[in-house]
Design a protein around this ligand. Structure first.
Ligand SMILES: [Zn+2]
Length: 311
């Protein structure tokens, strides 16, 4: 999830960061309890009610999540961000949201009984960090921000070896049908339901990824478009028109896939043939128990999307 931005309060994100930790610590502000450097980015951690053991646990989790997202985008998608890690009952992780108000911040609750295994398999923080890579494009287009976060979380973790490839496709196959328009619903910009926003948005991303790869001989995918969008805009610290964002992505792949898909689906409900898509990609009904079909027409595209990259 991410919330609406207040434009123009971006001084922290655009400030030049010196390379010494001392200066970067200063940039973090007084609430910071830990500073983590990821590449040239500074992550300011505020860990509520902590112990040395819990701090170490959360440190590992933040580092793992940040490395996965940095690998997908070629760099961590914000130069400076506050990670506000609250405490909650139980072992779960929840309530994640990413905000752009006087600087970028991610807020997540972590259970006081959280385990190393639970944190190693967590998707929430990766999802929130992916939000940092897309500019603020307005509430009407939240489906693109959420869809990207859902879609990229699975792919990026599979590429990093943090999530089983079969599990990613199993979830997509199970949940993307939720994102199809129901009777009486409108296009993507007109239907802000949970299902359309999260899974309809994720389906849009998969369609885009497959089509970009079809048109580029599987040499480029959505990942190349998203990296270009981050590089050109700086990510969530900036406010941009959705048309500009999509055209930046398309220019990077030498296609018009994103713009065409948006024109087709923004104000018209489009119920694509998902069964045909799974068949062409060679994704079985239950990828957790059945083998993928590697002779399917678009199997090479499916394999390229989740191919491990190695950290
Ligand atoms: Zn989200």
């Amino acid at each position: 999830m991410r919330t609406a931005a207040l434009y123009g309060l971006l001084a922290l994100t655009t400030s030049t960061l010196a390379s010494t930790a001392r200066v970067e610590t200063k940039a973090c502000g007084p609430q910071t309890t830990e500073v983590m450097i990821v590449g040239v980015s500074t992550l300011c951690l505020h860990i509520e009610e902590t112990t040395p053991a819990r701090t170490q646990l959360l440190h590992t989790w933040v580092r793992r999540s940040a490395d996965i997202v940095a690998q997908y985008y070629g760099r961590f998608p914000a130069s400076l961000v506050l990670l506000d890690l609250g405490i909650m009952d139980g072992a779960g992780i929840g309530g994640g949201h990413t905000i752009n108000e006087g600087g970028l911040s991610i807020h997540v609750g972590v259970g006081r009984d959280a385990t190393p295994e639970g944190l190693a398999n967590d998707w929430v923080l990766v999802h929130e960090m992916v939000h940092l890579a897309l500019p603020e494009i307005g509430r009407r287009h939240d489906w693109l921000a959420e869809g990207l976060a859902v879609y990229v979380e699975g792919i990026a973790r599979a590429q990093a070896g943090n999530r089983a490839i079969a599990d990613v496709w199993a979830e997509d196959r199970r949940s993307m049908p939720l994102g199809l328009p129901r009777e009486g619903e409108g296009g993507m910009d007109q239907t802000p339901t949970w299902a359309r926003k999260y899974w309809g948005g994720a389906l849009f991303c998969l369609e885009a990824d497959v089509q970009i790869r079809q048109r580029t001989g599987n040499r480029q995918g959505l990942q190349a478009a998203l990296r270009a969008i981050l590089d050109a805009t700086g990510g969530y610290g900036a406010a941009r028109d959705i048309g500009d964002v999509l055209s930046i992505g398309d220019a990077a792949t030498g296609t018009r896939v994103l713009e065409e898909l948006y024109e087709r689906e923004s104000t018209t409900p489009v119920a694509g043939d998902l069964d045909a898509l799974w068949r062409s990609l060679g994704v079985p009904k239950d990828p957790l128990t059945e083998p993928f079909e590697d002779h399917a027409p678009l199997a090479a595209i499916r394999i390229a999307i989740t191919r491990p990259q190695g950290l």
